[in-house]
Design a protein around this ligand. Structure first.
Ligand code: ADP
Length: 527
């Protein structure tokens, strides 16, 4: 192992020790064989959504207990590539926008609106674009309205526009809130895979860029402000009294039952169900061959517990059939597709690389072997990312295990077993598209030409990644029952809920969702 690898490994170990808390028993009183405790609010789940809720409860002067079934905090959020989408016009203005991107905006505002929300967002963008063109501007345009419109259209109008409206309005504020908690960001605003716009903000830390950059500052805040985090406490049932949710019951890892009372109620933030094959099987209607053997990017904890607990007290579920697959590789690179291409075994491109994730997965599943190679050059891997994969591991350490590296394209082609002539032709053609800013697949995001060795190839396969559906909530993150009425005392936020992403979540939109609605849940439960 090289020196740099060792340093990064130490960083990873440090990161894991930071997300693990002290023994849970130290903080939870145990009596008569059952652990009982109480606080203003019980938060179930310590991913980005739960931690954000807990921070807001403490900020509002309340007391909070976070219950986490795993031996460490962070959940799926920890593994996120963690692009955070927010319209941040002041910063985005520093970057340029291609004429193709302007066409994309015009196409979006020319769509027939399906409701008053969409019409309003389109009107706002239309007015901005009139001014933009009158000025002869070329900077990267963005606005909350464009973020909302793309989220709604990208989710095939299945999402709830009321939630999307709040989501878009609170995105930048939540980014700033994270900055105040200590999150550092890379300067460049990019486009995460599947984001469809250049508005992805990437957190950065010594160990690279991943979701721990969100979770650790929140954990620190909670611990410094008197919040309790109980690890290895699995919540199993919501406690209801007189129609109001007043707490949770469950069992610790050593088999001790616990009952926690939340005077103001409970926030469910247990994440999605991408790691629960039975639930996937029950709800999936879209993917063929989506059996239990299909891999997931999620940790084993994403089993939909909160959805089942909420359902048991009458919650309505929405969008459960929408399960997202993404192309995934351990050697994945964070948030940089602008100068990479995707090729099949024949060395040919077959899809626009900046398209929707469902289209990307479907297209890859149709290629021989059901996988593809993403080809990068030194501009992305070395100049932008300093050779670090999204898990914080140097890309060289993945060489031979999902990643390939060679000084020339010819050597790279040989390594991945695709015909060099075709691959070279593909790259040459792509480089002409970079100049023109358009290609036959309809791709719109370009950066530099692929021409700077060393060259890299990373093998990608579709994996189950994100479950768009879940518990129905309103704009205050209150859980609704099957009649659309509020279930008193019950709030939910993050991937356990359905409604923002519709049928297809845009890349980089989930971290924004969990922070925005986690905060809203924490703020409202205290009101
Ligand atoms: P989100 O992105 O919505 O915040 P995450 O998947 O990041 O969701 O986090 C959800 C967290 O909830 C994970 O840490 C997971 O272990 C935890 N969790 C899931 N089910 C339970 C449960 N029954 N009891 C306690 N914690 C749970």
């Amino acid at each position: 192992m090289g020196k740099r690898s060792l340093a990064l490994l130490l960083c990873l170990v440090l990161m894991l020790s930071l997300v693990a808390c002290g023994p849970a028993e130290e903080t939870a009183p145990k009596a008569e064989g059952i652990i009982r405790d109480s606080a203003d609010v019980i938060v179930v789940g310590s991913g980005g959504a739960g931690m954000s809720a807990a921070v807001e409860v403490l900020r509002a002067g309340g007391s909070v207990i976070v219950v986490e079934k795993m031996p460490f905090v962070g959940g799926n959020t920890l593994l996120a590539a963690s692009a955070f989408n927010a319209a941040n016009p002041e910063e985005q203005r520093k970057q340029e926008m291609s004429p193709t991107m302007l066409t994309v905006i015009k196409d979006l505002i020319a769509l027939e609106p399906v409701d008053e929300y969409m019409a309003r967002w389109q009107d706002e963008i239309r007015a901005d674009i009139e001014k933009y063109e009158a000025e002869g501007a070329t900077y990267l345009y963005d606005s909350p309205a464009l973020h909302k419109l793309q989220t709604y259209v990208g989710g095939d109008y299945v999402g709830n526009p009321k939630l999307i409206d709040v989501y878009g309005d609170k995105a930048l504020e939540s980014l700033q809130w994270l900055s105040e908690l200590g999150v550092n960001w890379k300067e460049d605003i990019t486009s995460a895979v599947g984001a469809t716009w250049t508005r992805s903000h990437t957190p950065t830390d010594d160990w690279g860029s991943n979701g721990s950059s969100f979770v650790l500052p929140q954990k620190k805040f909670i611990e410094e402000n008197g919040g309790k985090i109980l690890l290895e406490h699995k919540a199993e049932e919501l406690v209801v009294e007189d129609g109001k949710v007043v707490g949770v019951k469950g069992t610790t890892a050593d088999g001790t039952p616990f009952e926690l009372r939340g005077e103001k109620g409970v926030v469910l933030a247990t994440g999605g169900f991408a790691a629960n094959p039975e639930m996937r099987e029950k709800y999936n209607k879209f993917w063929a061959n989506a059996g239990p053997d299909v891999p997931t990017t999620n940790p084993s904890s994403s089993t939909g517990d909160g959805i089942l607990m909420a359902e048991a007290v009458g919650a309505n579920l929405v969008g459960m059939e929408w399960i997202q697959m993404v192309t995934f590789s351990d050697a994945a690179i964070t948030a940089a597709i602008e100068n990479s291409i995707q090729v099949n075994q024949a060395g040919e491109r077959f899809v626009r690389e900046d398209g929707r994730r469902d289209e990307l997965c479907q297209a890859i599943l149709e290629q021989e072997g059901g996988y593809c190679y993403r080809i990068y050059d030194a501009h992305t891997i070395v100049d932008l990312l300093d050779g670090i994969s999204y898990k914080g591991v140097p890309i060289e350490d993945y060489v031979g295990n999902g990643a390939y590296m060679a000084d020339t394209l010819e050597e790279l082609a040989e390594q991945i077993g695709v015909p060099y002539d075709t691959l070279q032709k593909t790259v040459d053609e792509f480089n002409t598209y970079v100049e023109k800013g358009e290609d036959p697949f309809g791709r719109m995001l370009y950066d530099k030409k692929l021409e700077k060795g060393p060259y890299y190839a990373v093998k990608y396969r579709p994996h189950f990644h994100y479950t768009m559906g879940g518990v129905e909530i309103n704009e205050k993150a209150q859980v609704l029952d099957k009649n659309g009425d509020i279930i008193p005392g019950l709030y939910a936020a993050g991937e356990v809920t359905g409604g923002v992403h519709g049928s297809n979540r845009l890349g980089g939109n989930a971290t924004t969702d969990i922070i925005v609605f986690g905060r809203i849940a924490g703020q409202n439960i205290m009101k």
